[in-house]
Design a protein around this ligand. Structure first.
Ligand code: SAH
Length: 485
């Protein structure tokens, strides 16, 4: 096959990134935007020896899973890779992505996988928007999204993943800029004032925060804009963030408070969080609660346990666990996140959670070797690259009864779980959860139990689990046939 050749392809599978995969004369092609079941005429844009990439020229026969994307810029924006698939088909794709990782990369023959937990509404789930401001070719002020992998802005004030207030706030800010001739920031020259509009909403409280990120020290007629913003129900906190650096980092370090206390409050379950413009917070709080409740359930706590939460971030999982455990220790590399975790523990009067700043692969081995710390349960929620080998090895030596692995990357999850299983852990359950509808991302919670550690209570628990599986298996099969996977 050669570049620019035109071929007819039926899409039979999807890659881990959601590209359609089909064969032309036995040659495998990856085609962006194609859906399983589509028949397409495609142009080869890159031809390698055994596979290539092609672009859709014409959709000859659309798949029954294909839908018209609800968002008009779904294609160029690149934020949602799967919006042209029905939500059921997206979930089936994610379920298979997790299962395939375990079988192909983790070499598991049987995967105790439960049906993916989807979202009630796969739109309007993001509580945070960072909207770049720019000008179009005609010099008109626009706000929107960077076109996939570039820094040119496509106008879109109302991303369907975000809250409806984003559009109202953005329009207000743009109209104010228009009125007072306030220029947007220009990356090429480093001139202009407004860089991004940051908006956050507490889903449980309805509180709204607006932070204008500016290349300067003040924003003209800010009192007037503040008065207008305060007409939006829920507006709780308004600030400026000063960022005069010429780089791609969105936020600077300095906050100028204009209105409010410097934070909004939100809840995940019954744990309260103060969220400032600079602090990390999960962007989909509803599914975060689902994900972390599953982790808590898998931790099987009775109130007597010592639990470690590695890669704890702002302590969301730690504080969930602290409500049911004797003692929780969290480890996280970012100091500011640990400060938030400590503040959140205080805010919720949870005194049995202690946090350490550092790399999990250094803190855990050190604490184990020097202080002989113990763990009944260890929870990990690492970034995409998974756990360092030193973390896995120390966990194996510590031999907790249960390990709960929360993951945003099924490939590194399957790799790490294989190490734990080879060391004697049993993979009990794998539960995919969808946190990011429209995108190819999937979260997974796994429960591993220590085979060597089998007190009576464990044996009883295991028998209960077997019963649970028998029931769940039937459910899983029903769900699979519903989804056609
Ligand atoms: N459960 C957390 C989020 C976990 S995301 C929460 O709800 O807040 C993964 C976290 O791992 C991030 O906060 C990241 O800063 C942290 N991290 C990355 N590498 C790390 C390492 N080597 N050791 C400890 N933490 C690390």
């Amino acid at each position: 096959m050669q570049k620019n050749e035109i071929v007819t392809v039926t899409i039979e599978d999807l890659s881990q990134n959601g590209e359609g995969i089909g064969k032309a004369d036995g040659y495998t092609l990856f085609i962006k935007g194609a859906v399983i079941g589509d028949q397409v005429r495609a142009r080869i844009i890159k031809a390698k020896k055994t596979y290539g990439y092609a672009r859709i020229e014409e959709l000859l026969e659309p798949s029954r899973h294909r839908v018209t994307p609800a968002c008009s810029i779904a294609g160029p924006c690149g934020g949602c890779q799967l919006q042209n698939m029905s939500y059921e088909a997206q979930l089936a794709f994610k379920q298979k992505k997790v299962e395939d990782s375990f079988t192909r990369l983790g070499h598991f023959t049987e995967v105790p996988i439960l049906p993916i937990r989807g979202m009630k509404d796969p739109f309007r789930y993001r509580n945070k928007a960072q909207i770049p401001v720019s000008r179009d070719k005609n010099g008109r002020l626009i706000a929107g999204f960077y076109a996939g992998r570039t820094h040119s802005v496509i106008p879109q004030e109302d991303c369907l993943l975000g809250v409806p207030e984003n559009a109202a706030i953005t329009r207000m800010v743009l109209a104010h800029m228009e009125q007072y001739h306030i220029p947007p920031y220009e990356e090429e020259t480093g001139t202009g004032l407004l860089r991004h509009i940051l908006i956050r909403k507490g889903f449980a409280t309805g509180e709204l925060m607006v932070c204008l990120i500016i290349n300067g020290d003040r924003f003209p007629k800010m009192e007037e804009l503040t008065r207008q913003l305060l007409t939006i129900p829920g507006m709780t906190d308004i600030s400026l963030n000063l960022n005069k650096e010429r780089n791609n980092v969105i936020l600077g370090h300095t906050i100028c408070q204009i209105y409010g206390q410097g934070y909004i409050t939100d809840y995940i379950g019954n744990v309260a969080y103060h969220i400032s413009p600079l602090s990390f917070y999960q962007v989909n709080p509803i599914q975060t609660e689902v994900l972390y409740s599953t982790a808590l359930d898998y931790a099987g706590l009775t109130g007597q346990e010592t639990v470690w939460d590695l890669y704890c971030g702002i302590g969301t999982i730690s504080l969930f666990l602290a409500q049911k455990a004797k003692q929780v220790y969290g480890v996280e590399i970012v100091e500011a996140a640990i400060q938030d975790a400590r503040d959140n523990a205080e805010l919720n009067q949870l005194h049995n959670a202690e946090f350490f700043v550092g790399k999990a692969e250094e803190v855990l081995p050190r604490k184990y070797q020097e202080e002989h710390i113990q763990a009944d349960v260890i929870v990990v929620d690492p970034p995409r690259k998974g756990c360092e080998r030193a973390v896995l090895d120390t966990m194996i030596q510590m031999a907790p009864k249960r390990i709960v692995y929360v993951s945003c990357d099924p490939a590194t999850l399957a790799r790490d779980v294989r190490v734990l299983v080879d060391a004697g852990y049993q993979l009990e359950k794998v539960k995919p959860v969808d946190m990011f509808g429209g995108t190819y991302h999937v979260e997974t919670v796994c429960l591993l139990s220590n085979r060597k550690c089998k007190p009576d209570s464990y044996v009883k628990w295991k028998l209960d689990m077997e019963d649970y599986y028998r029931i769940k298996d039937t459910e899983a099969n029903k769900e699979r046939s519903r989804l056609g996977v």
